[in-house]
Design a protein around this ligand. Structure first.
Ligand code: IPM
Ligand code: MN
Length: 362
């Protein structure tokens, strides 16, 4: 059976790292077919809009989307719906991808790259479950003059069913892991967080084998650098999850290995999803061939696991990335002397994938 993958490279380092991910996924699963479409600033340039209809149509004809990054200079004064970022927000909404899984994993051999002491980070393995189609990102917005005063509004809206379904994703995931959920909110200030806390608590009763802790978001930001290994699964509102996932990624030593999956149901349901590195466009290193493709390659592994049901290929890719990170060659974000280019890193991952599959043959 062929697997149809839509590839949306986008802007910045997006094209460089998605090319690497396509190569690795194609090598691990030759039955994949790849078709490309435009998003972000690239799509504004070619189609006059950040998310062309034909890009959405390609997604609908595909089993999964491999996404690069969107954003660019020159859009500071442009309204949100015309900015490059509207592409990723529109895709999440159009495909109902409410569950965003963002693992923060300390790969062996990289502990000393963390800004924290290595002993705080060694063995770190947590997942942030970020609610992705509600909250502050998607509530009503306005910019108006009210009684002569220029007034901007973003609204944090949650409906009970939106909280309930993301809580279930977190508890399901925790069940397959260390069975601990931390629900992060700001219930001492926000009424949406009070509802969040109540409903997560209700869902928790259906999972007596999983422990639940509630934590305020400011405290969570602090605990993530004080003792990151105390966390297993973190579930939280859209914007809180955006912020905490960058923090958690950096704790591992680099954002260059931070992959993500955006799903429309629990991971165990195996369906359509969008997969992207969380790092963004990295304007400072665009076009130099030095971006770390590990996050995009690991996102492709999540694609194989959650959307294609190809667990063995996913594990093979993950082992090859882990071995390459441990033994080298490493890209500049993870190496002080003679760093590898993105292409060299990718070639090393593919060589390890191939060596393993040849070795595995009877
Ligand atoms: C992310 C990014 C996006 C977000 C931007 C590009 C809209 O920062 O995926 O974390 O805020 O969700
Ligand atoms: Mn982000």
């Amino acid at each position: 059976m062929t697997h149809r993958i839509a590839v949306l490279p986008g802007d910045g380092i997006g094209p460089e790292v998605t090319a690497a991910a396509v190569q690795v996924l194609g090598a691990a699963l030759p039955e994949c077919t790849f078709r490309e479409a435009a998003v972000g600033a690239a799509a504004i340039a070619s189609h006059g809009t950040p998310l062309p209809q034909e890009t959405i149509a390609l997604g609908r004809e595909s089993d999964a989307i491999l996404f690069g990054a969107v954003g660019g200079p020159g859009f500071d004064d442009v309204t949100p719906e015309k900015r490059p970022e509207a592409a990723i927000l529109g895709l999440r909404k159009a495909f109902g991808l409410y569950a965003n899984l963002r693992p923060a994993f300390a790969f062996a051999g990289l502990e000393s790259r963390s800004p924290l002491r290595a002993e705080l980070v060694r063995g770190l393995d947590l997942v942030i479950v970020r609610e992705l189609t509600g909250g502050l990102y998607f509530g009503p917005k306005s910019l108006e003059r009210e009684d002569g005063v220029l007034t901007a509004r973003d609204t944090l809206v949650y409906r009970d069913f939106e909280i309930e379904r993301i809580a279930r994703v977190a508890f399901d995931l925790a069940r397959a892991r260390r069975k601990h959920v931390t629900s992060v909110d700001k219930s001492n200030v926000l009424v949406s967080s009070q509802l969040w806390r109540r409903i997560v608590g209700d869902v928790a009763r259906e999972y007596p084998d999983v422990t639940l802790a509630h934590m305020l978001v400011d405290n969570a930001a602090m605990q993530l650098v004080r003792d990151p290994r105390a966390f297993d699964v973190i579930v939280t509102e859209n914007l809180f999850g955006d912020i905490l996932s960058d923090e958690a990624a950096m704790v591992t030593g680099t954002i260059g290995t931070a992959a993500s999956a955006s799903l429309g149901g629990p991971p165990s349901a195996r369906g359509f999803g969008l997969y992207e590195p969380i790092s963004g466009t990295a304007p400072d290193i665009v076009g130099r061939g030095i971006a770390n493709p590990a996050a995009a390659i690991l996102s492709a592994a999540m694609l194989a696991r959650f959307s294609l049901g190809e667990t063995e290929a996913a594990e093979r890719i993950e082992r090859a990335v882990a071995a390459t990170l441990a033994e080298g060659p490493r890209t500049a974000d993870l190496s002080d002397a003679a760093p590898a280019t993105s292409t060299e890193f990718t070639a090393a991952v593919i060589a390890r994938c191939r060596a393993e599959s040849v070795g595995a043959r009877p």
